[in-house]
Ligand binder design. Structure first.
Ligand code: ADP
Ligand code: MG
Length: 362
């Protein structure tokens, strides 16, 4: 059986809380069975609202949500077969780990011997087999979130929703939990809809990412495509680091365009989201793609003055003033220790036109 590409389907969904402002605007999103999809965006961009509508705690103002081709508006939350892990959706403090996991099974009237089997399996999945009789207060923050993940999975839901589930954990624990959740997803293949404002987390975990801004999906792509081919400057700014120049398209041909910057210099760029001569554009270049002392045949070569040098262990961040941009960042690997990276020095910087993307200035 081939997998269902429209396992979950948001169809022309709008949401307004006050009857005036739409906080979700015309959302059309198909989620494939078994996919790990992430809604990524700044605070207030409508991510949680989308999850709440899918879970059944909020109703769309317009449009419909489908699960396995069935409209779900009239199905109450507990009958949708959806598991949830939220940052603040705590465990029941007065129940043991075992009882916390038994709860969603009892609600669904699963027989006792099956309950035990399912709980054993779910606890093994999050490496907490020995912890069934502990109270939540006797667990670390990371262990509690793993129990929350187990509780969301224990009744074999069709879809699991996770809203910033790692937000309260410190950096190291958050990163190891990202891999843990990713591996659980890979081993059981449940459909996951994940929400985060952390782009690194989204890139690490997801099959596809929907980037939200102001209630609208700006781009829906695989992590690499989002990083390499952002559709507009919002996405480029939000995913990873960027150096930007503002300019106007002077010439455009297949795969290449000439952009005149505000300071009058012309550079060669990759026309990702510009089509015609005369268009305004924001040109975006990742810090790691700019090179010091480039080979002669590299297309874009300009002099910049070093204004700041910060040591970062594996690399050095160098801020230069170049082509009228005093916030231009270079990342120089520290294996190639260099004598000329000193405050005030002038250096030659180059980049390939392919890595320098001319975007829609939205
Ligand atoms: P995100 O999860 O991306 O931070 P939310 O979906 O929580 O965004 O919020 C989107 C917008 O809707 C925000 O402007 C927020 O203030 C508003 N909002 C969220 N929940 C409610 C609510 N229950 N009542 C009124 N406004 C809300
Ligand atoms: Mg939220």
């Amino acid at each position: 059986m081939s997998k269902n590409e429209q396992f979950v389907r948001f169809d022309k969904v709008d949401k307004s809380y006050d009857g005036k402002v739409l906080v979700v605007k015309d959302l059309n999103l198909d989620i494939a069975e078994g996919e790990f999809i992430t809604m990524l965006g700044p605070s207030g961009s409508g991510k949680t609202t989308c999850l709440m509508m899918l879970a059944g705690f909020e109703t769309p103002t317009n449009g419909e949500i489908f699960l396995e081709t069935n409209p779900i508006s009239n199905i109450p939350p507990h009958k949708r077969g959806i598991g949830m892990v939220f940052q603040n959706y705590a465990l029941f403090p007065h129940m043991t780990v075992y009882e916390n996991l038994a709860f969603p099974l009892k609600v669904r009237k699963i027989p006792k011997d099956e309950i035990d089997k399912k709980i054993d399996k779910a606890l093994a999945m999050v490496s907490l087999s020995e912890f069934g009789q502990r109270m939540p207060a006797q667990l670390s923050g990371g262990q509690q979130q793993r129990v929350a993940v187990a509780r969301a999975l224990v009744f074999d839901p069709k879809v699991v929703l996770m809203d910033e589930p790692l937000g309260a954990l410190d950096k190291n624990l958050r990163e190891s939990m990202q891999y843990e959740i990713k591996h659980i997803h890979e081993s059981i293949g449940v459909t996951v809809v994940y929400v985060t404002h952390d782009q690194g987390e989204a890139l690490t975990m997801s099959n596809r990412i929907a980037v939200f801004n102001d209630g609208k999906v700006q781009q829906l792509s695989s992590p690499d495509k989002l990083y390499e081919e952002p559709v507009n400057s919002f996405v480029a700014e939000f995913i990873g680091e960027n150096n930007t120049f503002v300019g106007e398209v002077k010439d455009i041909d297949k795969g290449q365009c000439k952009v005149k910057l505000e300071n009058g210099t012309e550079i060669l760029a990759n026309p990702i989201r510009v089509k015609t001569k005369g268009e305004k554009t924001i040109v975006s270049l990742r810090p790691e793609r700019a090179i010091i002392d480039p080979k002669e045949n590299m297309q874009n070569q300009h002099k910049g003055k070093i204004e700041e040098v910060i040591y970062h262990g594996d690399h050095t961040r160098v801020r230069v003033n170049i082509l009228g941009n005093s916030q231009f960042i270079l990342k120089v690997p520290n294996s190639s220790a260099r004598m000329d990276i000193k405050l005030g020095n002038e250096i030659n910087i180059g980049w390939d036109s392919h890595d320098c993307r001319a975007l829609d200035p939205k």
